[in-house]
Design a protein around this ligand. Structure first.
Ligand code: ME8
Length: 517
């Protein structure tokens, strides 16, 4: 008999991507951030379920497939494979890659619909309005603008067409007070605060009922008992978060364990869907609400919006080929405070790769490990008595677990890395000042202590940075003689064991090299 899992559960998701076009670095950014979060929680003793995937229904997909002369299903099968490859490339440690065309998802979407209907929140009406195919959303007259005879959404600058059709509606207007009460009672429901405030003020202005079915096309989940109607893609899409953990089987062990979700990570353009529609649907369906919606910003190329027409859309594969996976992961999470908009450029990436990784971490590790290999019999050195300086540095390293936990609790990846690297910077200063290469001749016992302290900091940093740079930190932990079962955060309680044999050191964080012209 296996013993029961006593680990606390943690369930997180990314948005599910529209697989219409080619993956870009904005998608990679979201996957990497969620992956770091998932890995952090696993290393911190949680039983994590990490869901990501593709959003495969809707008019836009149907139209793109038609243009290519294939069926929507053929199109999404091909595109889902493209996104699966991106996840492979990024090393995303997902537990399920959901597709909204997965058979179990149809049952889930229809089940939540029936629950909302049974609660009296769905009625049949007629919709007329300005519709954006790209956004799969209707806009009110005052949210539109006309240029050269064409009407656009002010918010998304996408083209609009006047659409009139019979449609089912969700009584969103009835949820204004309950949503505001939720935001009041759970101020951490949306973050960062400045983005959540936009959502709150939108709700305060009043909510209109939401059109939630379409009759003009059939590429979607059929509305139960309503021939000709398919679900509005957002009802279907948001429900993926339930399907991923076993819904509609609410009695299942998986659903009981993981729902409600602890965290939805999404971009700023879809905050309303996640912080307004989603909790309203769940309230209507009598299901528990997610604990937190973390809204990240948009990435721009050299400060310029990425767009096909500008030809500045960077494919994740190209960026990784140029700089390496872990430097890209580190850069994206270190450079931009999570939540804010950010920018990337060649110089900025190379700067971080060389300064933070090659110099601050790689060089320190390589220098200390080489000295240990040559002068300490290739094993973790035996330290003597610690000086106040040694103690101070070791205490700061030991405190990094708390610092990282606090930062990850609010998805402050940037802050976590900044503070961790500050200790590394101070360790570099310590190493230079203590000059163990001089001590080698004058005081070998003191040299051993300095090397031990340095290795202990490097080991702490390598352990805590695994969520961001799994492969490189894994290699570094190999060099430090840390066994596979000694790499989680609980293992940080025990310092490195003197005498542990170490493999011959090899550099782990190379400097950036420009490809030969
Ligand atoms: O919105 N920088 O899918 P999507 C950072 N299917 N993030 C970006 C970005 C950029 N330049 N561009 C897009 C959808 N994103 C829906 C989601 S969830 C139930 C349904 C983010 O493929 C975007 O904000 O357009 C979103 O979180 C994710 O990438 C997928 O966007």
């Amino acid at each position: 008999m296996t013993s029961p899992d006593t680990r606390p559960a943690y369930y997180l998701t990314t948005a599910i991507t529209y697989p219409n076009g080619a993956p870009h670095i904005g998608h990679a950014y979201e996957y990497i951030s969620a992956d770091a979060m998932a890995r952090f929680k696993r290393l911190d003793g949680f039983d994590v379920f990490f869901l990501t995937g593709t959003d495969e229904h809707g008019l836009k997909i149907a139209q793109t497939a038609e243009k290519e002369g294939i069926t929507p299903k053929e199109f999404v099968d091909r595109q889902a494979a493209v996104y699966r490859e991106v996840h492979e490339l990024l090393g995303t440690s997902y537990d399920r890659l959901i597709r909204t065309t997965d058979p179990d998802h149809y049952g889930a979407a229809q089940d939540i619909w029936k629950r909302m209907e049974a609660n009296g929140d769905i009625y049949l009406g007629k919709y007329e309005g300005w519709y954006s195919v790209r956004d799969e959303a209707f806009y009110a007259e005052d949210e539109t603008v006309v240029r050269d005879g064409v009407r656009y959404s002010k918010e998304s600058d996408t083209e609009l067409t006047w659409t009139a059709e019979e449609s089912y509606f969700f009584r969103l207007s009835a949820y204004q007070e309950r949503l505001l009460a939720l935001y009041e009672a759970q101020p951490e429901f949306g973050a960062p605060r400045y983005r959540f405030n936009e959502v709150i003020s939108f709700v305060k202005h009043g909510l209109e009922d939401l059109s939630i079915s379409r009759t003009s096309f059939d590429w979607g989940v059929p509305v139960p008992d309503a021939p000709g109607h398919v679900m509005y893609v957002w009802v279907d899409a948001l429900t993926n978060y339930l399907t991923g953990v076993g819904y509609p089987d609410v009695e299942s062990a998986q659903f009981a364990r993981f729902w409600p979700a602890d965290l939805h990570i999404i971009g700023k353009d879809i905050s309303r869907f996640h912080a307004i529609y989603w909790p309203a649907f769940l309230m209507s369906a009598g299901l528990e609400l997610p604990r937190r919606v973390m809204i990240h910003g948009f990435l721009q190329n050299n400060g310029v919006k990425m767009s096909k027409s500008l030809g500045n859309v960077v494919a994740p594969a190209d960026m990784i080929a140029q700089y390496g996976l872990d430097p890209v992961r580190y850069f994206l999470l270190r450079e931009v405070p999570f939540g804010a908009d950010g920018s990337y450029s060649h110089d900025a990436i190379v700067g971080r790769k060389n300064a933070d990784l090659a110099n601050n971490l790689g060089n320190l590790a390589q220098r200390s490990l080489s000295m240990v290999a040559k002068n300490c019999g290739g094993a973790v050195p035996e330290p003597g008595a610690f000086t106040a300086e040694d103690e101070g540095l070791l205490a700061r390293a030991a405190d990094l677990l708390r610092v990282n936990r606090e930062a990850y609790a609010v998805q402050d990846f940037h802050g976590a890395l900044e503070q961790t690297w500050r200790v590394l910077g101070d360790t570099n200063a310590y190493f230079a000042e203590q000059a163990p290469w001089v001590l080698r001749k004058t005081d070998p016992a003191r040299m051993a202590t300095v090397l031990y302290v340095t290795l202990q900091v490097v080991r702490t940093v390598a352990t805590l940075a695994q969520p961001v740079m799994p492969e490189s930190c894994g290699k570094l932990l190999d060099l430090l003689g840390v066994t596979d079962d000694g790499r989680d955060f609980a293992a940080l309680d025990a310092p490195l064991t003197p005498g542990t044999p170490l493999p011959a050191p090899v550099p782990v964080f190379p400097r950036h090299e420009e490809p030969a012209a």
